[in-house]
Design a protein around this ligand. Structure first.
Ligand SMILES: Nc1ncnc2c1ncn2[C@@H]1O[C@H](COP(=O)(O)OP(=O)(O)OP(=O)(O)O)[C@@H](O)[C@H]1O
Length: 133
């Protein structure tokens, strides 16, 4: 009896990963901004290798990428909830959607600042070495 409930708990645990991936896939299919974030994240990871960022710096880049993508997914979730409970125009629905969008913007701005701080000086040195200027 105990074994059967253990198996069912495992099944639920594994299924929850499936639902989470479904959520990410829905976001990628429907949210243009999320696709843009993913492309920029790919470029940031590539640049991290090319510019030989330290392990701690690379960890910061990964943390920032996760933060922006998670914020975008939460924003998508809030948009879906609002569309469900308030398909009609409502000032509170507007507040909820605008605040969620604001949260994404804050995370994205932080990502830009961290990107500039970590990649900026290295790209600048590289351009000076290559006599771009
Ligand atoms: N039910 C609503 N009531 C009031 N204002 C709304 C409502 N739905 C959307 N809005 C306003 O319109 C803006 C855009 O809403 P929308 O649902 O198109 O989100 P979006 O940010 O364009 O999302 P997506 O990335 O999916 O296109 C919201 O930020 C909000 O200001």
């Amino acid at each position: 009896m105990e074994n059967r409930s253990d198996t069912s708990a495992w099944r639920k645990f594994i299924a929850s990963f499936g639902y989470a991936f479904e959520g990410i896939w829905y976001g990628l299919r429907t949210q243009r901004n999320l696709r843009i974030h993913v492309v920029i994240a790919g470029i940031a990871v590539l640049l991290s290798f090319l510019l030989r960022l330290s392990l701690a710096e690379f960890a910061l880049i990964l943390l920032t990428i996760a933060l922006v993508i998670a914020a975008e997914l939460v924003n998508t979730s809030i948009e879906c909830c609002i569309d469900l409970v308030s398909p009609e125009h409502h000032p509170l629905a507007k507040r909820a959607k605008d605040s969620a969008a604001g949260a994404v913007l804050v995370c994205a701005l932080l990502a830009v600042i961290i990107g500039c701080l970590l990649f900026g000086p290295r790209l600048w040195n590289l351009m000076i070495q290559q006599r771009v200027f």
